[in-house]
Design a binder for this molecule. Sequence first.
Ligand code: TYC
Length: 102
Amino acid sequence: PLRDDDNDVTVQEAAPKLKKPPLYKVILLNDDFTPMDFVINLLMQFFAMSTEKATQVMLQIHTQGVGVCGTYSKDVAETKVYIVNEYSRQHQHPLLCSMEEL
Ligand code: TYC
């Protein structure tokens, strides 16, 4: 009997078009006016850091000019930046929080 090879077509499956969403670093900038203990308490309150970790990150910002508070999805990073800047303004401190893509 004749073989029928017509049905050995190559099926190329479409790769799922799901790219991993980008991550964002939430950063704090140094300034000359915001008290160190305010920064430490803010890091503990909004970024779930221990006293030791918060002190370390605050000192890193104080000496290097900038420091990373955490890494989040875009939505979460935007919310963190917003609440931290609001909180600082409410307490009359010039502390600046920002974000950048990883
Ligand atoms: N430089 C500030 C001071 O000497 C402390 C400080 C640390 C301010 C971190 C902002 O993101 C900051 N009081």
